[in-house]
Design a protein around this ligand. Structure first.
Ligand code: UT7
Length: 372
């Protein structure tokens, strides 16, 4: 039997930190509300493209696994923030790495994109199609954030991490997963103003407005992640007391607390990054996984539960058996270019660019366009 072990990991976090106090300089919000409702204190704002972050994270993950880019046969790029619609972003990472033997694909299931990408790579390894894959979870939400909408602007941040997955004859990597989509609730989270639905409709591409029903998403996310976690544990014959570490999607501390308590796992087994990074969509799970390894929280042979949800509403839970190695084989010198601006300056540039473009073009609101 062939398994798909995770043998390398690496993250790339943009250096610019946007605090709750920064947000309250242009929004009617404050640290007390954000901290008590979400558990978030800070998030990162990227000064580079998603692909640039992905290339740095990928180089770090490859060095960690001791794998040459030339030996990668598959790149799966999990994200809802592609640099361009065509060509895909995975091919940009492939070109930058010189991974000439690889097949490259993008997977977009919003915040669950990394885990759906991990399922894709695992399945292609376990069926013998490829032996070595790079799986990326990356998001750069700041360019399409609805920065004047306090319901969403305080919740999200940018970030990236990648893992290397390799064929193994040991029972390692994804042991099982439960995937699903609560499509009847897809209207609860929609980013308007990007995509072909808005072409030729007098809407500026990228002038985004968000539909967001936080309370409904909260409820459905908790139910969905608990059901998926219970289903995958049952499928794999595992009980909650056997779980060593939970690495959940980090959308809200209260959502995480509700999911783990209903799944029967204590909070001290949960890896948390939500306070420092907010919700980085597809990047939250792999960044938390990389930090669990950096902080020595991943033990050799650990059984890890990874529950997540995202727009769609996609839901999933994966069970991963970690291998013997919890330290990197090598380190990469790859770094992002330096930055002279603050996160608040980067956000203000995005806001003023949109305001100028809107008033120059006399555009209509994306919210007025009919969608399914
Ligand atoms: O990964 C997928 C995306 N993530 C999610 O979808 C997150 C899911 N939802 C949530 O995490 C929570 O529902 C929120 C954090 C979004 C909101 O928390 P809540 O406890 O459900 O708050 P609420 O929606 O009940 O809002 C309570 C009040 C409202 O004021 P009124 O109507 O009671 O006067 C909001 O207008 O809080 C107000 N509010 C804010 N106040 C200060 C909403 N956003 C803010 C804000 N600052 N940023």
């Amino acid at each position: 039997m062939t398994y798909a072990a995770i043998t390398g990991w690496g993250k790339c976090m943009p250096p610019a930190v946007l605090s709750n106090a920064d947000l309250s300089t242009f929004l009617d919000t404050g640290d007390e509300w954000i901290t008590s409702r979400t558990g978030m204190k800070e998030r990162r704002i990227s000064h580079v493209s998603a692909t640039e972050m992905a290339v740095v994270a990928a180089r770090r993950a490859l060095a960690c696994a001791g794998v040459d880019a030339a030996d990668v046969e598959l790149i799966v790029y999990g994200s809802c923030s592609a640099d361009e619609q065509v060509p895909n972003s995975a091919s940009g990472v492939q070109a930058a790495l010189g991974a000439t033997k690889a097949a490259s694909m993008d997977v977009n299931t919003a915040c669950t994109s990394f885990l759906y990408s991990l399922s894709t790579a695992t399945a292609l390894i376990r069926t013998g199609v490829v032996k070595t894959a790079l799986v990326i979870g990356v998001e750069i939400i700041s360019p399409f954030m609805d920065w004047d909408n306090r319901n969403v602007a305080v919740l999200f941040g940018d970030g990236c991490a990648a893992v290397v997955v390799q064929a193994s004859d040991k029972e390692e990597g994804v042991l099982g997963e439960q995937l699903g989509c609560l499509a009847d609730a897809r209207q609860t989270l929609r980013v308007r103003g990007m995509g072909t639905a808005y072409t030729n409709r007098n809407v500026m591409s990228g002038d985004t407005e968000w539909d967001f029903d936080g309370q409904e998403i909260f409820k459905r996310a908790v139910q969905g992640m608990v059901q998926a976690s219970q289903a995958v544990m049952k499928k794999c014959g595992v009980t909650p007391d056997q779980i060593d570490l939970v690495v959940p999607h980090q959308a809200n501390l209260r959502i995480i607390e509700a999911v783990v308590s209903r799944s029967g796992v204590p909070m001290d087994k949960v890896m948390l990054t939500v306070e420092r990074y907010g919700n980085m969509s597809a990047a939250t799970v792999p960044v938390a996984l990389a930090e669990a390894l950096e902080e020595g929280r991943m033990k050799p042979g650990a059984l890890v539960l990874l529950p997540a949800f995202g727009a769609g509403l996609t839901v999933c839970a994966h069970l991963v058996r970690w291998g013997d190695r919890v330290t990197p084989l090598g380190l990469s010198a790859a770094e992002l270019p330096p930055l002279k601006k603050t996160a608040l300056e980067l956000v203000q540039e995005i806001r003023s660019h949109k305001a100028r473009a809107q008033s120059a073009a006399g555009l209509r609101s994306a919210r007025l366009i009919e969608t399914v």
